[in-house]
Design a protein around this ligand. Sequence first.
Ligand SMILES: Cc1ncc(COP(=O)(O)O)c(C=O)c1O
Length: 370
Amino acid sequence: MNQVEKFFKRNIEEVKPYLKEIIERYGASMLRLIWESEEAIRLMANENPFGPSLLVFETIRNTLTTINRYPEPTCQELKEKISEYTKLEPRNIVVGAGSLELIDRVSRAFISKGDKALISVPTYSPYEKRVKICGGEVVVVEKPDPNLYWDIEEIKEAVSNNVKILFISSPNNPVGNEIREEDLHELLETGKIIVLDEAYYEYSSRTFSHLVNEFENLVVLRTFSKAFGLAGLRIGYALTNEKVSDYLEKAKVDFNIGCLPMKAAVAALEDLEYMEKAVKETLRERGKVLAGLCEIEGLKPYPSKTNFILVKVEGEFFKASEIVDELLADGILVRNYSYKPGLRGEYFRVTIGRKEQNKAFMEKLKEITR
Ligand SMILES: Cc1ncc(COP(=O)(O)O)c(C=O)c1O
């Protein structure tokens, strides 16, 4: 008889794998077909539809001859490049295999069994999952409608009850809004560890990374997956004070960053002009998509500082799930966010794609909601 389950940890057993419902509904083979399809219009994962700079491709080709060797373990060259980009010192920089790996590392570094972490929903769901995997307890504070903005007073009250760490995505995925500077200051002054996820910084152009030397409890997370177009290579970084960065370095898996992502990120930072052009085009397209969404009766799009828009489906005539399914039937992928934690009602989220992709999305959406 199989007895292996008796060794499992309850907190891990209870965690849902990524996209569990979608895999259950369509099967893993179908998911793979859609995921790898060249024709699908991918507006579901907040990726950069323009891809990385040509310099990245050239650098990857030149790095291929070194893949038999272990990668340089300190990521020094990349840290120096990130240092130029962020105006912080290399000792303030921790490189990770995507910001998800850093969310995991921060959780493992600070959360022991029974420790509390606070999230304010709706927000990026992996924070909760990583905390639970570490045996931590998640304290949830809802963002009130209609703006889905952080309830600072509620959060301050909740953290006073032994919370160790707060996860804040700003701009927030899936809403697209940013936390105000004075509100972030109030949270930093609680003295708790504040993990500020700035995955969409390049689209919003606003950062709080300059505060890492003033507040030793601040950890800012960034990624190369969005504006730099390197989601498939898995590379991101944290900006924090020296004490925390030394601590996070101890908690890493050795050789966590492969030579291809490491060199690709260096090349991406050598061609900032390319990234800035892609961001500018996305922002221009976002304005058009937002205006189009505002014209459709029964849809309420949220203003966004990112490369995606959250849309509330308020009309009685159609549901978010129907919209998402009908778009999918035409090969247009968007995310259904109905009744996700902190969202009371029907919602979907659409990533801003290339001009022709956004046009196809808007045309189909108009047809569905007509
Ligand atoms: C807020 C936020 N943080 C982190 C990530 C993941 O970033 P990475 O690809 O660097 O793991 C995402 C991806 O959607 C995100 O929305």
